[in-house]
Ligand binder design. Structure first.
Ligand code: AMP
Length: 218
């Protein structure tokens, strides 16, 4: 069965974490545009530099660039059986272009989960977030601190902060979400594809809510 699920919501709501768990549960690969752009931003190319600047400012990468990058992946054999989209689409234009991409492959969006959380909680989650440079494990200095400050519990690697997790960029990202991405709630709501799921509370509780919404057992 081909299934395409979309996880949407403001920055810091837990799309990445929940997407990984859902991916394990469903055996569908996760496609996270933020990860693609972080990879791209690390390259010494004109596109890499452009993307780095955009991400640092908290703005969105232009729709055409995003969709081209997604097109390359979504048409590859790894995503033949469907996928979980994390952080894409983020604008109405991207959602429209996605429909075209999926049609080419005889696929469609099955369901959209919109995760919600309070702004204050989001700012704390993002500003407290630390990532292991070695194994990418996630910590949070407020909610899930490492045993030893600045060190990964799993591999002992150095914990770093994402450049776009600074206070000013966080506010900008939240603002961009409200103006450019939140209209998608109505877009997918009209199509009868959307559920809003409470993203507050422990990770496993949120996952249970998502699975219940999708009619899957925890
Ligand atoms: P994320 O890891 O999903 O928070 O994404 C980090 C950054 O990558 C965002 O703040 C944007 O600058 C960029 N980005 C990720 N996904 C998209 C998208 N679908 N459209 C435009 N920009 C994106």
């Amino acid at each position: 069965m081909q299934s395409v699920f979309i996880l949407m919501g403001p920055p810091g709501v837990g799309k990445g974490t929940q997407g990984d768990l859902l991916s394990r549960k469903t055996d569908l690969p996760k496609l996270a545009t933020g990860d693609l752009f972080r990879e791209e931003a690390g390259k010494d190319t004109p596109l890499g530099k452009k993307v780095q600047g955009i991400m640092q400012s908290g703005s969105l990468v232009p729709d055409d660039v995003v969709v081209e990058l997604v097109r390359e992946r979504i048409n590859s054999s790894s995503y033949e059986g469907g996928c979980i989209l994390d952080g894409f689409p983020r604008t109405i234009r991207q959602a429209e272009l996605l429909e075209g991409l999926l049609e080419e492959e005889d696929k469609k969006v099955d369901h959209v989960i919109s995760l919600t959380a309070d702004d204050e909680e989001l700012v704390k989650r993002l500003s407290g977030r630390r990532i292991c440079r070695g194994c990418n494990s996630l910590f949070n200095i407020y909610f899930n601190p490492p045993a030893k400050e600045g060190r990964c519990d799993l591999c002992g690697g150095t914990l770093i902060q994402r450049e776009d997790d600074s206070e000013t960029t966080i506010r900008q990202r939240l603002d961009v979400y409200k103006k450019q991405t939140r209209p998608l709630i109505e877009f997918y709501g009209h199509k009868g594809l959307l559920s809003e799921v409470d993203g507050m509370g422990p990770v496993d509780r949120v996952q249970d809510r998502i699975l219940a919404d999708l009619g899957m057992k925890g």
